[in-house]
Design a protein around this ligand. Structure first.
Ligand code: 2HG
Ligand code: ZN
Length: 458
């Protein structure tokens, strides 16, 4: 691979913002995984789709690999650049159109921060359906590339379900305008959906048209203490019938301890429970709520609970769930992001509980996730004195067993974080050889020179 300098870019990509500063290379070469030592050869900041196209053409001419880059909040290493690649940061592409009220949608460039879309929707009296803890720094292009999920999938679906149109530059340098905001379009293969979740391996997403929803009614949040994880699914079934749920989350007491220590707050309930469920639902009358609560107590599913009395309290309750990931980040946990059909959750939990007790007796294991979507984030913390390498290899051995359990239920080894570098060796637990071969041949069509995000996903 050739080395590059400012002169090279002056000559071949004139007018493009670039950086070769070691500090910038280091920052833009990594994501939240800290998986590899960052070592890109340049960071490029295009300002429009034409500049992205010019970058792809130049990279093809000189054989440089490209790593599309958003907010780099990913947890699977999808945005890591550790091998002389050019990082293509979309962060200077932040245009947001006015909200289209007739069609309830908004046009955004790929570098727009998720929270900016949420705010723009809110200012127009509408709502963007996707939310998660990293909404303040993640970018729309990255959300689309990983098909991000988050806390309200139950009501509004995944990022996939919000995308009405996409603009992208393929690895062959072609600009694609896909689905153009249409609600109905029965003209064959929907390439938009092929690019959503493709983790930058087929094309660089530069802009999107996103669906917006009616402003939600006022909502309550309930946090319940559960004695046993097996109570969680009967509780979910009952809550789904009793309320208009927008979220149904789950976490263990170890998570509460981590959040309390990190945020300097008190536990949510006077008496600790082994597990907790957090429910968010459209405001309902107090009698219905209390009757449901009593029934859940009588059924033995819950031990205690609290209901928000104000928006501020609702946010305080959400913090016990939303802040888990950041609380444990300094401990560099071994992460799992698995999913099964909701009906298979009890069986999976049972098996994982057994596996974890047998193989991780000395490790701190944190259970949390969007259990109403069948999605569990099983995080393992390294014992302080254990060397990182020993920890990693022990976790990888258990991982095989966890993934075998997931496979048995025909589940997913990556529900919402993507495959990236981290889960790539285990893709075959969720996708058949025929599927993987088709994915490879699709990749060849979109990216004949194999320059887009090499080594990720496939
Ligand atoms: C969450 O649901 C995020 O909090 C992060 O998806 C999950 O830290 C994790 O493993
Ligand atoms: Zn999550």
């Amino acid at each position: 691979m050739k080395s590059v300098n400012h002169q090279y870019f002056q000559q071949h990509l004139q007018g493009l913002d670039i950086s070769l500063e070691p500090q910038v290379l280091e920052t833009y070469g990594r994501d939240w995984t800290h998986l590899r030592t960052p070592a890109p050869s340049a960071v490029l900041f295009p300002r429009n789709t034409e500049q992205v196209q010019a970058i792809v053409e130049q990279a093809t001419a000189d054989g440089f690999a490209l790593v599309p880059s958003g907010g780099r909040t990913g947890l699977s290493g999808g945005a890591v650049a550790a091998d002389g690649e050019w990082v293509v940061s979309l962060e200077k592409m932040r245009a947001v159109s006015g909200v289209n009220r007739t069609e309830s949608c908004i046009d955004v460039e790929a570098g727009v921060i998720t929270a900016s879309v949420q705010q723009a929707a809110e200012q127009a009296g509408l709502f963007y359906g996707v939310d998660f803890a990293s909404a303040g720094s993640s970018q729309i292009g990255g959300n689309i590339a990983t098909n991000a999920g988050g806390i309200r999938v139950l009501r509004y679906g995944l990022t996939r379900d919000q995308v009405l149109g996409l603009t992208a530059v393929t690895g062959a340098g072609e600009v694609l305008e896909l689905n153009q905001g249409l609600v109905k379009n029965a003209t064959g293969y929907d390439l938009r959906h092929l690019l959503i979740g493709s983790e930058g391996t087929l094309a660089i997403i530069t802009a999107a048209t996103l669906k917006l929803w009616p402003k939600p009614p006022l909502r309550d949040v309930m946090l319940l203490g559960l004695s046993d994880h097996q109570a969680v699914m009967p509780l979910f079934a009952s809550a789904s019938n009793g309320f208009k749920l927008s979220a149904f989350e789950f976490f263990s007491h170890a998570c509460v301890e981590q959040v309390c220590a990190h945020a300097g707050i008190q536990p949510p309930l006077e008496q600790a429970s082994n597990y907790y469920a957090l429910l968010e639902f459209d405001q309902t009358d107090e009698t219905t709520m209390l009757n449901w609560f009593e029934q859940a107590m009588d059924a033995g599913w819950i031990q205690d609970g609290v209901i928000s009395q104000s928006n501020e309290q609702a946010q305080q309750l959400w913090a016990y769930r939303e802040r888990i990931s950041e609380s444990i980040a300094p401990r560099k946990p071994y992460k799992n992001d698995i999913a099964v059909r909701i009906g298979s959750v009890p069986g999976l939990l049972e098996e994982l509980d057994e596996l974890v007790n047998r193989h991780y007796p000395d490790f701190e294991v944190l259970w949390y996730g969007h259990i109403g979507d069948g999605n569990l984030h099983l995080n393992i913390l390294k014992p302080e004195q254990m060397p990182q390498q020993t920890f990693k290899s022990q976790c990888e051995q258990v991982n095989e067993l966890v993934f075998a359990a997931v496979q048995k239920y025909q589940g997913s080894i990556s529900a919402e974080h993507g495959v990236g570098l981290l889960k790539q060796p285990w893709l075959n637990f969720s996708r058949s050889p025929a599927e993987i071969e088709l994915m490879r041949s699709i990749k060849r069509q979109f990216d004949p020179a194999g320059l887009l995000n090499p080594g990720k996903l496939l």
